[in-house]
Design a protein around this ligand. Structure first.
Ligand SMILES: Cc1cc2nc3c(=O)[nH]c(=O)nc-3n(C[C@H](O)[C@H](O)[C@H](O)COP(=O)(O)OP(=O)(O)OC[C@H]3O[C@@H](n4cnc5c(N)ncnc54)[C@H](O)[C@@H]3O)c2cc1C
Length: 545
């Protein structure tokens, strides 16, 4: 055991591990990267996290920087759950529900709690957390908060940021803060604190006050955006101030989250699902735009294109039998309404039907949960692609995220088809059409130099395309190491310099998950690509995406 590990084990209640197998296990997340940590800490309480941070701060003051990377279940697809120093693993011990307030409809949890388990508990109280990621069965709430996760229900309910009301966070120097929206008066009290917390409030307040035009440049005309730091909602026009939205989506680069309070939403499992097929991308886009404009927005507007269905049919001919007749259409939309009120549900479905009469080539309406599940198989068909294990090719997460304005769906899909065709890769696009958030996961063999070159060429062309359409490179799954190099292309040098200043305020010594979100170049990440990409730690589940 190294001296650092020894010191930590003597001071923490939780376990410290340096074994080769533990370090090998935590050297990968669900991204294409590999980076072994020096040691692994399993905190048993906030106090353990605090002591770990305090220790790394003291070492950094003396010139020795040891990075700290917080980790939930490691399903991150951007390499953000990897680090060369201390990996702090939350699910082992810090996984409790601390308070479930059924009157206020709020819940407070530790970050390592499994998202799916929390969701089940909430269901028993007729509540739920709508922005759940497709990976919720095997990921944590802490990871969802740090990534500002979203999913199929976000078209109606928004992303995780919409639900988190306050956080407890361990700062880089080991101080603990609580965040929530502060009135101008309460902000003044914070500004007067003679602590690192006070320093952060003072510096950030000045930075935001002095850079309002730059802050507004971080806004894009999209429904979801996780690229860079979310500065827009920290300082409001009324003078109120809240660090919570900034920590949401910050991927452990500004602080370590130890407690999360969230609002919950009423859960209505009796939904109506519409399955519509389309003969052209023009009609698909027109239907999506009309659905988005409805007074009652659907609780899901999901898209699967005909190319994905063809690929799935070739690999698993039984999956779509009896669900989707061949030949497959250009695109399929699955549209769900979860209105609790019967009359408003019927009205919403009637309105949607009118839209489909105009644009769709066929339509099925389903209210029976079992038959609905059968239809959802169409959307879940992407699992067949992601789970493909033949030979050395794997469906790699390189261009698996982006959100474009929904009125660019046709242009986006046509351009992506052309890009994949040019590179001799099978075509398939699917995702949250209602939000303009799409997935593309081409199969490549990253042990081959040629395929690695293709990977970086694809990324370059894809993210340039997304930006040219007015989109954001990180709509849902965040920047991590993967997309951070594209921040400057998206926002320009001044805004990226502002992000770097924010990082500097919270993390002056660079101990908080360095190499993630800010100050990352393509050369930095090229060296980290692992030749043997796999989702092997998820084989108990079929990865939905
Ligand atoms: C098949 C598949 C499907 C997916 N689908 C979706 C989806 O639909 N929507 C979506 O948004 N994402 C999706 N993801 C990405 C990922 O699963 C989610 O973002 C998930 O919420 C991450 O949770 P985790 O527990 O695995 O976090 P990790 O991967 O362990 O960590 C994620 C990030 O959070 C940070 N972090 C973790 N805990 C803390 C903490 N306590 N304090 C500070 N930082 C912390 C980590 O440092 C890292 O930067 C998918 C991934 C896979 C593999």
């Amino acid at each position: 055991m190294s001296k650092v590990a020894q010191y930590l084990q003597e001071h923490l209640v939780g376990e410290v591990m340096t074994s080769v197998d533990a370090r090998r296990y935590f050297a990968t997340d669900s991204s294409i990267f590999s980076l072994p940590p020096a040691l692994v800490v399993y905190p048993r309480s906030e106090n353990d996290v605090r002591k770990t941070a305090r220790f790394t701060w003291q070492l950094a003051e003396r010139g020795r920087v040891i990075p700290m990377t917080s980790r939930g279940s490691g399903t991150d697809q951007t390499g953000a759950a990897l680090g060369t120093g201390i990996v702090i693993v939350f699910p082992a011990h810090m996984h409790r529900i601390l308070e479930l307030d059924t009157k206020a409809n709020t819940v407070t949890v530790e970050p390592g709690i499994n998202y799916g388990k929390l969701q089940q508990t909430l269901h028993t109280h007729h509540r739920f957390l709508p922005p759940f990621p497709a990976s919720m069965e095997y990921s944590t709430v802490g990871g969802a908060v740090a990534n500002n996760a979203s999913g199929e229900k976000s078209v109606k309910y928004g992303d995780t940021r919409n639900f988190v009301t306050s956080l407890r966070v361990v700062l880089a120097n080991g101080e603990v803060i609580e965040t929530s929206r502060l009135s101008k008066r309460d902000l003044n009290k914070k500004l007067g604190l003679a602590s690192f917390e006070g320093e952060i409030y003072r510096q950030l307040d000045t930075l935001l006050e002095e850079n309002k035009p730059l802050v507004s440049k971080t806004l894009r005309n999209v429904t979801r955006n996780n690229a860079g730091y979310h500065l827009i909602d920290v300082l409001r026009g009324d003078g109120s101030f809240d660090l919570t939205p900034l920590f949401l989506g910050s991927q452990g680069t500004l602080g370590i989250i130890t407690e999360i309070s969230l609002d919950t939403e009423a859960y209505n499992p009796s939904t109506t699902l519409l399955l519509a097929s389309f003969d052209s991308l023009e009609q698909t886009q027109a239907a999506v735009l009309a659905l988005r404009a409805l007074p009652d927005v659907p609780s899901a507007i999901e898209l699967v294109d005909g190319h994905l269905l063809d690929l799935v049919q070739a690999r698993n001919p039984n999956l779509l039998r009896e669900v989707m007749p061949q030949p497959f259409p250009t695109a399929v939309l699955l549209v769900e309404f979860d209105n609790a009120n019967e009359r408003s549900l019927k009205r919403a479905v009637r309105r949607a039907n009118k839209i489909f009469e105009q644009y769709a080539s066929s339509l099925h309406t389903e209210t029976d949960p079992e038959r609905q599940n059968n239809f959802w198989k169409i959307r879940q068909a992407s699992s067949t692609l992601l789970a493909n294990n033949e030979g050395h090719d794997r469906a790699v997460p390189l261009i698996d995220d982006a959100t474009i304005p929904p009125d660019q769906i046709k242009n986006y899909m046509q351009a992506v088809y052309a890009l994949l065709e040019k590179n001799n890769l099978p075509i398939a696009v699917w995702g949250h059409a209602g939000d303009g958030t799409f997935r593309v996961q081409p199969a490549l063999n990253l042990s081959l130099v040629g395929d690695r070159q293709t990977a970086f060429r694809l990324m370059d062309e894809y993210y340039k395309l997304v930006i040219s359409l007015g989109g954001t490179v990180s709509g849902e799954r965040n920047d991590g190491r993967l997309r951070a190099p594209y921040a400057e292309l998206q926002y320009g040098p001044e805004v990226t310099a502002l992000f770097r200043k924010v990082k500097q305020i919270f993390d002056p010594y660079g101990t908080l998950n360095p190499g993630v979100k800010v100050g990352v170049s393509l050369d930095d990440i090229r060296a980290l690509v692992r030749p043997d990409y796999s989702l092997d730690h998820l084989y108990d589940h079929l990865p939905r995406s």
